[in-house]
Structures are given as structure tokens and as C-alpha cells.
Design a protein around this ligand. Structure first.
Ligand SMILES: O=P([O-])([O-])O[C@@H]1[C@H](O)[C@H](O)[C@@H](O)[C@H](O)[C@H]1O
Ligand SMILES: [Mg+2]
Length: 255
């Protein structure tokens, strides 16, 4: 990858850290739920403030770049990936965790160009772990290289009755656990592009494999993903789970 995106990545790391400080502060005194469209789909003021902080700070430095942000899309903005440099932002991945003070909460920033993720930054705010990856240049946690596990006996970070299961309650951290070699796989149907844009690159740059839940190539707009330490485990998951289709993130807006 041309070094041209390094300054964007440096900015993403800096703003993710700042956003993480805001999340840690709000954990102490502002976890009020603003809207609740389902038992698990919560929004707090902090989600919105953090997204604004990130977008404002990126706009000042990179005025031509585009954005796909969870809260902006919730407010009616489109969710289409173009060839332009695009910041794909989940201001708080793990909002339900945040509301309950369950200590796994992440700021997730993916950056795509020509519809390909060039870098991913996931900041696990309470663990103070900064996960980063650049396409073709490896994945890191606080500067230390990451490598997926070599285990063939899978620990999976999502629901299934076949594998041993753990879950952090945030897609981004679940994927970083796979990249770190702490879990062998993660899968989910129902995630959004902002949940997994950064984490998917972190997994693949740590040597992992990404598949669609039907076994084809992963499509970040399709709301389904399998991320594993190797192809054998990814394909076992594909075989075991019952897949289904949801409305894509880039489906035309209903008028
Ligand atoms: O709403 P949010 O907390 O940003 O993101 C959610 C978390 O990643 C959760 O782990 C996953 O199960 C959901 O599918 C996501 O939507
Ligand atoms: Mg999320």
C-alpha cells in the first residue's frame, strides 16, 4: 500500500484514543439510554457525541474524505461505500455493555478506498488496548504484532451449541480476540459494516480467514461474517450454522 494513508491512520489512532477518553469519562456519569429500538439496540448521548468528535476532527484534517457512521446512518444518512476514501465509524461498539458498565467497549474505525479496507483501528477503551492493522502490513496491539492461534479445538466468540463459546458483547473486540489468538473464531449474522470494517482487517492481517456464513467471500455490507484462525475452522462453522439473509446495509433507503 502506498504510504499515502499513513497520516490518516495516525490520525485514526489519535482520535480513537481521544474518543476512548470520552467513553471512559461518560462511563462514570452519563450512561443514559436515549432510544431503544429493541432490547439490544440502544443509543446513548455518548454514542452521538463520540461520533461527532471523530467526524469533526477527521473533517478538519481530511476535508474530502467521506463517512459512514453508525449514528449518522441512524439519523438518515446513506450507507453506500464508494471508491472515495471513507471512514467507517462505530463510536461505541458494545453500547449495551457501556450502558451496563460491562467492561468491554470499543471505538472502531475502518478506512476504505476503492471499496477495500486499507486500515483498521479498534480501541478497547477500558483495557486500554489499541488494535491496528494496515492492509499488507500486519496487525498489532499496542504496537506488538498479532498472530491468530494454531489451535484446532475451537473456542468461538459467538452463539453455537457445537463449539465452546465466549462473547465480549462487541463485534470489534470479539474479532480482536481472534486476531490475538485468544479465541479461534467469531461469527455473527446481524452485524453492520461499522461493527466489522476495522476488525475484519485486523483478523486477516493477523493471519486469519474471513468467510461469508454461506462459505463465499465476505461482503461487509451483507451483515454476516465468519472470522477464524484458519480455513478448516471457518468452514466447520459455515457447515454447523443455519444461515439467513437480512436487509443489506447498503439497501436503498425506504421513501
Ligand atoms: O450496537 P453496537 O453496540 O455498536 O454493536 C453491536 C455489538 O457489536 C454486538 O456485539 C453485536 O452482537 C451487535 O450485532 C452489534 O450491533
Ligand atoms: Mg457496533
Amino acid at each position: 500500500m502506498a504510504d499515502v494513508w499513513q497520516s490518516s491512520m495516525d490520525h485514526a489512532v489519535a482520535v480513537a484514543r481521544k474518543a476512548g477518553e470520552m467513553v471512559r469519562g461518560a462511563l462514570k456519569d452519563d450512561r443514559t439510554v436515549m432510544t431503544k429500538s429493541s432490547a439490544v439496540d440502544l443509543v446513548t448521548q455518548t454514542d452521538q457525541k463520540v461520533e461527532q468528535l471523530i467526524i469533526q476532527s477527521v473533517k478538519e484534517k481530511f476535508p474530502t474524505h467521506r463517512f459512514i457512521g453508525e449514528e449518522s446512518v441512524a439519523a438518515g444518512e446513506s450507507c453506500n461505500l464508494t471508491d472515495d476514501p471513507t471512514w467507517i465509524i462505530d463510536p461505541i461498539d458494545g453500547t449495551t455493555n457501556f450502558v451496563h458498565a460491562f467492561p468491554f467497549v470499543a471505538v472502531s474505525i475502518g478506512f476504505s478506498v476503492n471499496k477495500q479496507v486499507e486500515f483498521g483501528v479498534v480501541y478497547s477503551c477500558l483495557e486500554d488496548k489499541m488494535f491496528t492493522a494496515r492492509r499488507g502490513r500486519g496487525a498489532f496491539c499496542n504496537g506488538e504484532p498479532l498472530q491468530v492461534s494454531e489451535q484446532t479445538d475451537a473456542l468461538v466468540t459467538h452463539l453455537t451449541c457445537v463449539f465452546r463459546v465466549r462473547g465480549a458483547g462487541t463485534a470489534a473486540i470479539n474479532m480482536c480476540l481472534v486476531a490475538s489468538g485468544c479465541a479461534e473464531a467469531y461469527y455473527e449474522i446481524g452485524i453492520h459494516v461499522w461493527d466489522v470494517a476495522a476488525g475484519s482487517l485486523i483478523v486477516s492481517e493477523a493471519g486469519g480467514v474471513l468467510l461469508d456464513v454461506d462459505g463465499g467471500d465476505v461482503d461487509l455490507m451483507s451483515r454476516r461474517i465468519v472470522a477464524a484462525n484458519n480455513r478448516t475452522i471457518a468452514e466447520r462453522i459455515v457447515k454447523e450454522i443455519e444461515s439467513f439473509t437480512l436487509q443489506r446495509d447498503d439497501a436503498p433507503l425506504q421513501s
